[in-house]
Write a protein that binds this ligand. Sequence first.
Ligand code: CUK
Ligand code: CUA
Length: 639
Amino acid sequence: MKTIQKLLLGLGAGLLLIGCGNNSKEGSAGAMASSNAEKVYLAPGEHDEFYAFMSGGYSGNLTVYGLPSGRMLKEIPVFSQFPTNGYGYSEESKAMLNTSFGFVPWGDSHHPDISQTNGELDGRWIFINENNTPRVARISLTTFETEEIIELPNSAGNHASSFVTENTEYIVAGTRFAVPNPQRDMPIDEMKGEFKGPLSFISIDQEHGHMNLEFQLNMPGFNYDLAHPGRDKSHGWFFFTSYNTEEAHTMQEVNASQNDKDFIAAVNWQMIAEYIKNGGGTKVAGTYAHNTYDESTMTATTEMKQGVISVDPREVEGAVYYMPVPKSPHGLDVDPSGRYIIGNGKLSTQLSVYSFEKIQNAIQNKDFDGDAYGIPILSFESVLEGVVDSGGLGPLHTEFDGKGFGYTTYFISSEVVKWELGTWEVIDRQPSYYSVGHLMIPGGNSRNPYGKYMVSLNKITKDRYLPTGPELEHSAQLYDITGEKMELLLDFPTHGEPHYAAGIPAEKIKAQSKKYYELEENNHKYAVKNEADTRLERNGNEVHVYATTVRSHFAPDNIEGIKVGDKVYFHITNLEQDFDVPHGFAMIGANTSEILVMPGQTKTIIWEPKREGVWPFYCTDFCSALHQEMQGYVRVSAK
Ligand code: CUK
Ligand code: CUA
């Protein structure tokens, strides 16, 4: 208890410091050497060396940045409606946001991770989790569009995703908010002992990337926070941090921090997958939406699925163990060699480093220290390989540079600490502005990190930029990590709240980036491929307008025969076959967004006219010198 109080005091003091802006002069523009400026400078027209995909946190999206410039390149809508291009509003994309709770147009995205082959980034897809209504999404790194979202039943707060195994066989999802499973009406203060934290194992089809909820490991108790797969020698295992072993359901801030140690769950997923293959597990109830976008029909569909295979961890002997970890662990990371598992106790000053070899030995020798809910606890001493003690406060996350060093963020003492694998010695520490959460080194999650830059993703912004009222964007910082000491190069704001990020050399995906959709391959149900086929079809009060766009007009551009009370579907096909010539479509008084239609694409938006008259529509994207002329009228008559 004493340590916790000290740490909480420390947190208060840290914030005070920030409040006074004491640290703000160091590391700011004044002290920045011009050679550092050169390292991030891109001459006009030059491209960045890396893509960085930053989670959008409560924006629900994924933003794309270039490194080292820190330029924002795109926001990819994932779990939230996005009026900029009509995602979640257009008829084609609405189904992406269906869940078993109905249409959920917002999400909280935390951890992006890029697909891997043989432990190396392969640039096929990027996955990201949703923490609120538990989901995982897959985004194509060819189109930079969300192609699939799967919901996770029987759980709450999927914070553990979306880290991929080294051949993208699986991603996992966790349950940060332990809940009764199955869900039922019960007194909250009787929940202790009834808490369940199902961990979902989602297998990935290698050809199309399709996700399949293969099984759920129905873990007892606790809040399962973050996860990481093993690699190389530890491939086949997943490690999950779990805090709140107290199973507190109230005042968690205090009550979930009583125990000196919480757990890391070590799960041999290969063993469990084998068990399922041989008919193991029990089918339990669970309704979940599986939404897929088909590039050919350009349309998303929802399949509402029923039931999931559930496995009790005690059912498969030798597959699940707990390892004690001090002080409410948050982040958990595995080094590029797969030998070391690093647990970050956020109410501690130390990192606990476990060795995979020692874990194997402890299992073999049954070096147990009792059990929790029948799951053996490996004795702390038998699995601990070393301790990184930097004296920093509030360690959260660790990333690796592939050259034998780890980099850990400390939220409370607001710094990044570089330390050496094997000796566990601290090499360098640099302040972050302010209170860093995650950090990212491109490929830092793979066997082969690109240890040139490190980005710290900071939780508090305060005075780093021109003030924008009470609400500020979050702040990222770019460091050069090629030397012994980390060198701060650049500050840049990020959108939403980036938790984790994933970086990849631009060369790995630049060439495959799609330029436009081939009109010939457009199999959209309502596509028209030339102006001669544009038309209006009425079916009761439903009207379908088959329209096209090409610089700089709509066909048809005058629409008559519409009545008050009709439901008008505008199906817009963009006939352009060239890079970067979108056309937009917006209709006066529509209670939805516009749509932005890429060349060769078809998108649909609904308009329900309320009043008689002649009403305009127009193109929203400045597409040519005659863009202002790109408009039309709809005549609306009485019923
Ligand atoms: S979390 Cu945000 S700082 Cu969601 Cu990975 Cu640790
Ligand atoms: Cu088309 Cu503006």
